[in-house]
Design a protein around this ligand. Structure first.
Ligand code: ASP
Ligand code: MG
Length: 860
């Protein structure tokens, strides 16, 4: 390879580093060759840095502990066999030069350690994993073999133990043109070892386990490389450990500090020490997947992309020990902290997080930084006991949110904090660099907590997975492609028609009837449900009511007006009347018209009991908890106004008996936007278990709230799982009909809102894109913080390289339809399309600011 055309002196270097599994097979080496060639063809000099074959460093480490020569040499034959097999697979000749390294390892193992210099010998032995793989790679690539020890020089640190000095040495590199020129003289493609360096005496030293990344970084700095590419077994850094959170998103772009924070707070992809050398010379670092070289990977560099603040990652460290120190007299007592910390210093323990209160200081000790054992802790506790009361809390886990500008994201963490409220949080700490927020919890709960926290961050928009400049696909989308890709929305195929419609006036809602029918059909296919009702408050447009009635849906109404709409546009559909805090007259009129009325309070029976005499009625109960994507859509639990508390059921039944009324439907509806198919079977089971007490029931109505994915990567509700779960309960309670009443699920995706761009304005860091629709047209973003997809229909194909606040014309600061949206650069008059606007859109519109109501139109 290096025989190719000579490069000009100014040609940049690219450092390619391959980890243990990336160098273990012939197929991987073919990828390495191709990658090196491609860089070379782009006019770069290439330095390949390699690890030992996977597992070899461990094998060498354990044979170092072997006092006898025979087992050491036996282990050597196993290592020889592995490298020989790989060499054969690579088509290398028996006498290729890499065998010299095998020989030198043999010599070392035969000689054994010098009694007074065992660490020096150990470093020399363990270096052979990398010496072997690089030599073998040099033969295969026909590249110059560079001895890293000739270039990387370790410096002993004050206070550094001999063990650290030999096995986890520190380097301090800065760009050096002379080194760069000297290496260039060896050729255009060089290969060298990760993990090893030399010390001032010329001995081999190691850079700590996983240290090959660090080597690559030091070479990158020394050569002021165009970039360092770390090739590994995963596409990059993720927003959480994908093994625990398969929904974790690929982090496409990080700055050095954020990446450092993620690496130090738990991520394993990158060695925590490898970023520091690259920062000052601003050498970018890429992380890529050797097996899937086409995946985008992670780019770490100094430029932060223009974007609103986002939580980038949720990391976790286990084996954290908390030491809580209580002192009655601490308040304003001079020197208490100094006394306490002196003890930590005396015991050689480094403190990580600190929390303090009037009479308490709690600190955390990280077991990876500290050689913690129970003796060390007991000794510390004994000494601390002289100055305060000590409690050791372990094992704990530190769960950390990482992202630049953490403080400005606190308002989005409401849901996450509520979730943590259910656990014991021992310590909360916000880093003074505003990059992280850490919660220390019991280790036992941490694994289960992590995926929940990640989901909440996505949901709240705190982790802005929809910003493609920052985040890539989820791990499961990349590596478990079994997850079906969602079909494109209907409006993609209707662009011309929609632009025509917009030309007739905006803001305008457009409803696509075939989509409504398709959703209706999918629900009707669930065998467990006997009767479906459409909750028409979601969208009472006459064409939708008619279409749903024709699809076999009844209608659930909450007001006399809705009853009228149902009667006139779908007279044949069965109706339910489920008002809440409605006046007496509403009930009287509905009952007189023969409607099935549902009550959720004692008041109507107590005060207007005669209305219900001898009638069949429904009862809506509060099962004690709510669900949903926002507090304002949770309709169960003590914070919601809906439902009869379970404790009032007996009183309710006594009142109905007095009137000769009969409860025939028992109903609960806990909230909306639910994507978990297990939710409804749970409600069903709870209602069924109450049913016997009531005695007169015909049907259980388990409500609606069926969610639709709103954010990139959310999985749609699994209808088959829902049906299976419901059928299981039904087998136990076949005597009751099962009813459901979805609204949003049927019509949301069928509707879009078309709006026209009015004005553009840049102010401070933000650019505002004004449209003629606003909170008076679509209230959900302002009311629920709901997220609606927004596209520029006029420029559907243009690259989305502008970042906008999409706002309406209403005189309210809350009149924001979409925040920080990446969209094509827009112009006045462009038509914008707002997705998922078929539910709770037009029907919630108002004439606020006297701007009038939106137009509506139906596409057949
Ligand atoms: N081979 C060394 C280790 O396993 C260094 C590395 O692979 O990064 O620790
Ligand atoms: Mg590694």
């Amino acid at each position: 390879m290096s025989e190719a055309q000579p490069l000009p002196e100014s040609a940049p270097w690219i450092v390619l580093k391959f980890g243990g599994s990336s160098v273990s097979t012939a197929a991987r080496w073919a990828i390495i060759r191709d990658l090196a060639r491609a860089r070379r063809a782009q006019g770069a000099r290439v330095l390949v840095v390699v690890s030992a074959l996977a597992g070899v460093t461990d094998a060498l480490k354990s044979l170092c502990a072997e006092p006898d020569v025979a087992p050491r040499l036996l282990a050597w034959t196993r290592i020889e066999a592995r490298y020989a097999a790989l060499a054969a697979a690579l088509g290398l000749r028996e006498d290729a030069t890499w065998r010299a390294q095998l020989h030198s390892l043999h010599v070392l193992l035969t000689a054994g350690a010098d009694a007074h210099d065992a660490l020096r010998w150990q470093a020399a032995v363990m270096a052979h994993g990398e010496l072997l793989s690089s030599a073998l790679g040099a033969d295969y690539l026909r590249a110059h073999w560079l001895d890293a020890r000739g270039v990387l020089l370790a410096h002993a640190q004050p206070n550094q133990s001999e063990r650290m000095r030999r096995l986890a040495a520190s380097l301090d590199t800065a760009p050096d043109a002379a080194v760069s020129a000297a290496l260039a003289r060896h050729g255009n493609v060089l290969i060298t070892q990760g993990f090893i360096a030399r010390d001032e005496a010329g001995d081999t030293v190691l850079l700590g386990r996983g240290g090959s990344d660090t080597s690559a970084a030091h070479f990158g700095a020394l050569l002021r490389a165009a970039r360092v590419e770390i090739w590994t077994d995963v596409a990059g850094m993720f927003s959480a450990n994908p093994r625990q959170v398969p929904d974790a998103r690929l982090l496409r772009r990080l700055d050095y500090e954020e990446a450092q924070e993620i690496a130090t707070t738990g991520a394993k992809v990158l060695h925590a020490r490898c970023l520091a050398p690259l920062r000052a010379p601003r050498v970018p670092l890429w992380i890529k997947d050797t097996e899937h070289p086409d995946l985008v990977g992670t780019v770490i560099d100094a430029e932060s992309v223009s974007a609103s603040p986002s939580v980038k990652a949720l990391s976790m460290r286990k084996a954290i020990t908390l030491v809580s120190m209580e002192s009655i007299g601490m308040w304003q007592q001079v020197g208490f902290l100094a006394d306490v910390f002196a003890q930590f210093k005396r015991h050689g323990l480094s403190v990580d997080l600190i929390g303090s209160a009037e009479t308490n200081v709690t600190v955390s000790l990280d077991s990876t930084e500290n050689l913690l054992d129970s003796d060390a802790l007991a000794a510390l506790a004994a000494d601390l006991a002289q100055v305060c009361r000590v409690k050791v809390i372990a094992p704990c886990a530190a769960v950390t949110l990482v992202g630049r500008g953490m403080r400005s994201m606190l308002h989005r963490l409401e849901g996450l904090l509520a979730e943590l409220g259910g656990e014991r949080v021992h310590l909360i700490s916000q880093s003074s660099n505003n990059l992280n927020l850490t919660f220390v919890v019991d280790e036992a709960v941490a694994d289960a907590l992590l995926p929940r926290m990640h989901a909440l961050l996505l949901q709240a928009g705190a982790l802005r997975a929809d910003d493609a400049a920052l985040f890539g696909p989820s791990w499961q989308a990349l590596y478990a492609p079994a997850v079906a890709a969602a079909s494109p929305p209907w409006w993609r195929g209707a662009r011309a028609r929609l632009l025509d419609a917009a030309a007739r006036g905006t803001p305008r809602y457009v409803y696509h009837l075939p989509s409504v029918r398709a959703h209706a059909q999918a629900l009707r296919a669930l065998g467990a449900v006997d009767r479906w009702h459409y909750a028409l408050k979601a969208n009472p447009h006459p064409a939708l009511l008619a279409a749903l009635a024709a699809a076999g849906f009844g209608l659930e109404c909450v007001s006399p007006g809705e009853l009228d709409a149902a009667r006139s546009h779908a007279p044949q559909a069965p109706r339910l009347f489920t008002p809440n805090f409605a006046p007496r007259a509403d009930y009287a009129a509905a009952l007189a018209a023969g409607e099935l009325v549902t009550l959720d309070a004692l008041h109507p029976l107590q005060h207007w009991g005669e209305l219900f005499a001898a009638r069949e009625i429904g009862l809506r109960v509060d099962l004690g908890s709510g669900v949903g994507h926002h507090e304002k859509v949770r309709t169960g639990g003590s914070a919601s106004k809906f439902g009869l508390p379970l404790g009032d059921i007996d009183a309710f039944l006594a009142l109905t008996q007095r009137q000769g009324a009969r409860v025939v439907v028992l109903h609960a509806h806990l909230g909306s936007g639910v994507l978990d198919a297990a939710h409804w079977p749970r409600v069903y089971a709870q209602l069924a278990s109450l049913a016997e007490r009531i005695g007169t029931l015909r049907a259980l109505n388990i409500g609606g709230g069926l969610g639709l994915p709103q954010r990139a990567g959310e999985q749609p509700l699994d209808l088959a799982a829902l049906d299976a779960g419901l059928l299981e309960i039904k087998r136990a309670y076949p005597q009751y009909e099962l009813w459901m009443e979805p609204g949003r699920y049927l019509v949301a995706e069928a509707g879009v809102l078309l709006a026209r761009v009015t004005q553009l304005k840049s102010k401070d860091a933000r650019t505002y894109l004004g449209v003629d629709a606003g909170m008076h047209t679509l209230l959900r973003p302002a009311l629920y913080g709901a997220r609606h997809g927004i596209v520029n229909l006029t420029r559907a194909e243009a690259p989305a390289d502008a970042l906008y606040q999409v706002v309406g014309p209403i005189c309210e600061s809350g009149d924001v339809l979409g925040s920080d949206r990446r969209l094509p650069a827009a112009q006045e008059g462009d038509v914008m399309l707002i997705e998922h606007a078929g539910a709770y859109g037009a029907t919630m519109a108002s004439n606020y600011n006297l701007r009038g109501l939106p137009l509506e139109e139906v596409f057949e």
